[in-house]
Design a binder for this molecule. Structure first.
Ligand SMILES: Nc1ncnc2c1ncn2[C@@H]1O[C@H](COP(=O)(O)OP(=O)(O)OP(=O)(O)O)[C@@H](O)[C@H]1O
Length: 343
């Protein structure tokens, strides 16, 4: 487990102090994929880089399996960095070396393995990331997604306990992004490896993370299971990032002709409820009329969820009845607006 306590990082530049990280507290469980999301300049890279002390905190502790790594001497630090793999947005490959040589590079640096052992390990890693046929090629001959596969294989070479991913898919197109995220997810499951990733894309968090922390202006403003944070965001920054990702623009409501006295309700359902015929049940059990204004069914990691924006044409008693039925079916119902204004 990684425990971050009272972490601070201040930079001094141009005669002023930048508070890049302020009083950060986080717990990252072993074997988790933990996402850190935030807008540009929020402090994501700084936070990620403190986990292998590429960035020295100004104050606070980082405990990995109970040991405070901020107190490590240079020998311990060297060992920590060997146990921590890192994947970069722009791959950082050696372009004059072959794919196999790139992956072999960190193995050679340790001086711990024979040539045969290293070759064997490179073969294993090429197979793991699906690049066996590219062994003797050079990075310039590969696509972006393949380059990132090399980056991932290289990061895994020394059997790390922790993999840090710095915007690992931000330079890739959406389809390639999904294939790299699937690879990271497979690695997490196969090797039980803890992965901490930073991203500015909610889609990345939604696809593979178990837990997410939202960082804004150097502070953690929200932290929890992805399913909770994504479906019930509390902080304005989280809300706007989730809304961007879900295409929840409800500007059209301003132009829409509404039934007098109708109520707008956002329904959120998770797991098996996603596929239940909720609306027809409401219609059968109440005489409320329902117009569907917006809807989606998708997945958060492996969990299906659905969200519907409906206009409920009903009197107050019927609205109360509908809301109580929805609650009994474990559907979250948020009234987002009434005819007279925001509820
Ligand atoms: N070496 C440095 N010297 C001075 N200020 C820095 C340094 N590194 C980062 N900062 C500042 O610290 C803050 C956090 O930067 P950081 O790079 O961690 O943010 P980020 O969320 O990763 O942003 P991005 O997604 O744009 O990389 C920013 O205000 C940035 O300008």
């Amino acid at each position: 487990m990684i425990q971050i306590e009272h972490l601070e990082k201040h930079y001094h530049a141009g005669g002023r102090t930048i508070h890049a990280l302020q009083n950060i507290h986080l717990q990252i469980q072993k074997g988790q994929i933990f996402g850190i999301i935030g807008r540009s300049g929020a402090g994501k890279s700084t936070l990620l880089r403190t986990l292998n002390l590429l960035e020295r905190p100004s104050a606070g502790k980082i405990l990995i399996e109970g040991e405070d790594i901020t107190q490590y001497d240079s020998r311990q630090l060297h060992a920590l960095r060997q146990r921590t793999g890192m994947v970069f947005q722009h791959f950082n490959l050696l372009y004059a070396k072959t794919i196999a040589e790139n992956i072999d590079f960190p193995l050679r640096l340790t001086g711990q393995y024979s040539k045969e052992q290293r070759q064997q390990r490179v073969t294993e890693l090429l197979e793991l990331v699906g690049l066996t046929a590219q062994r003797h090629q050079y990075p310039a001959q590969l696509s972006g997604g393949q380059k990132q596969r090399v980056g991932i294989a290289r990061a895994l070479a020394n059997y790390p306990h922790l993999l840090l991913c710095d915007e690992a898919t931000s330079a890739l197109d959406p389809e390639t992004t999904q294939s790299i995220l699937r690879l990271l997810s497979e690695i997490n499951q196969k090797l039980g490896l803890t992965i901490v990733l930073i991203t500015h894309e909610m889609q990345v968090i939604r696809s593979i993370c178990d837990q997410v922390a939202v960082i804004d202006a150097g502070q953690i403003v929200e932290n929890g299971l992805v399913i909770d944070v994504f479906l019930h965001p509390q902080h304005p920054v989280t809300r706007s990032m989730v809304a961007e990702n879900q295409d929840q623009d409800i500007g059209f409501l301003r132009e829409m002709e509404r039934d007098p006295g109708s109520v707008l309700v956002r329904l959120t359902y998770v797991g098996s409820a996603t596929y239940a015929p909720i609306l027809s049940r409401i219609a059968a059990q109440t005489s409320a009329q329902i117009a569907i204004l917006q809807g989606t069914i998708s997945r958060i990691k492996d969990t299906p969820y659905g969200q519907l924006l409906i206009e409920l044409r009903a009197n107050p008693e019927q609205v109360a009845q509908v809301l109580s039925l929805l609650r009994s079916w474990q559907v979250t119902a948020d009234i987002i607006e009434t005819e007279t204004g925001v509820a």
